[in-house]
Design a binder for this molecule. Sequence first.
Ligand code: KPC
Length: 526
Amino acid sequence: MDSETYMDVRDEHPTNAEWRTLIDEFEDGRRQGAIYNLDRSDDREFDAIFVGGGAGGRFGSAFMRARGGRQLTIDQWPFLGGSCPHQACVPHHLFSEAARELDLARTLSGRFWYPEFDESKASVLDMVQLFVSGRNSAHSFMNWQSKEQLGMEYILNATASVIDAHTVEVEGEIFTAKNLVLATGSATVFPDVPGIDKAGVFDYATLVEDLDYNPRSCVIIGGSKVAIEYGSFFQAAGCQTTILARSPLMQGSGLHHIDDDLREYVVDGMRRRGIQIFDGTETLEILGDERATGVRVRMADGSVRDIPCDMVFVGTGERPNSDPFVKALGVSVDDRGAVIVDDHMRTSVPGVYAVGDLIGAPMEMFKARKCGMTAARNIMGEDYSFDFSEYPDFLHSTYEVTWVGLSEREAREEYGDVIVIQMPPPGVPYGDIPLPCSDGTMLFAFTHPELSGFQKAVFDSKSRRLVGAHHVGYGAKDGFQYLDFLIHKVGVTIDQLAEMNELFLNPSHFIQLSRLRAGAMQLESL
Ligand code: KPC
């Protein structure tokens, strides 16, 4: 190795601030080559090499270290943490928070302390630039924490070429391990549409890497979660947005357990805020010479329309980055390219595990991290399974939308006799009463009650168990992590909910509503 083209930090202890400067330098080209944090004095064989240091790779690595194992984690970027803090979840959360703030500021324009809303100040570009200017602080923390607190060994800013099930080559050097853990994530599938490679066509990743103008009109191709989330942000940030989906939003197979009322409240809310949503569409062409100026689309009624825009955003979903492993190892994949694993994260090749987005849906952070942990536990000799067929889920419009367990329809199919407690109560039009009126929606509740959200809990009448919970509002995500556990691991009943101690009109105020009904032997809806 040429010392001018690599950096060895093993005996250095860069602070978070120093890591940030280093990563800045790697990103803008002032520094090049791999970053080595490798204990060359340790002659133990690696228990695993993690190919990819995103959520799955990093959490698996940390768990393996904690169990006393030795790992090596290799990532193409000069930081650990992967696409989440670089291009995906973290910017999405920043943008969704901005969308919420913008929605409130526009709705309350000129009232109280809110100035008249100035549309010229709402900017997609401003938020993208804010994110890009700050993202290296998360990256630096990942490098610092992984090295100084978690004791991980890693090589960054380097490509790992898999040679066989135990061998990886990095920068011309061969590394061997008892096992490999593949964790290289997924990437957007750009539809095969004429003009898709024109300037002005983005996905979530290129948006943050390449956007250099403030878009004022956008057409989104696809109806995925990403389409809903980014579309809501674009519209709130002053960019007139049109969504062209194949299936009605939130009805695709990718999202399970969506309650009909919740879907209606969310999609109506998006339309109310000015987003145009068309389903049953087929995108025919991206219009424009070098740069996208519109989208030609066949509508559900067969007519063809040209929709002008200055940005096209692709939200059609993602495909696992599995090709190199099929080629190098022959791992089995499904028809969408997802590496097939068992509940221990073992692939079809002995000694090779795969985790995270690489194994397909759901492409969620909790799954990636727990997959990593699962692989590590099994490699370290435990017999540990991870079943992610049931999980809490969320998305953002200008609201935070959260759900767990069965929808009301599914619960009726499964249990027959169910009761529902919901706000606003069934049959009460939105806006007639300012409910749910929970934390985070108070300003709406008192000014625009129809915007104050929606919530529903579904119980099996016979067992009195909570079987589903659904929420549109703010701040419920936190509680839903625990509701998931209560529903799926504890089997919590309405009587146990009635015993809990609520903290006022907390976002998912199922506790007090449950208490109002729990006294009855024969449960009734509310
Ligand atoms: C700070 C944070 O949780 C967002 S970035 C997460 C990357 S990782 O911890 O590796 O899953």
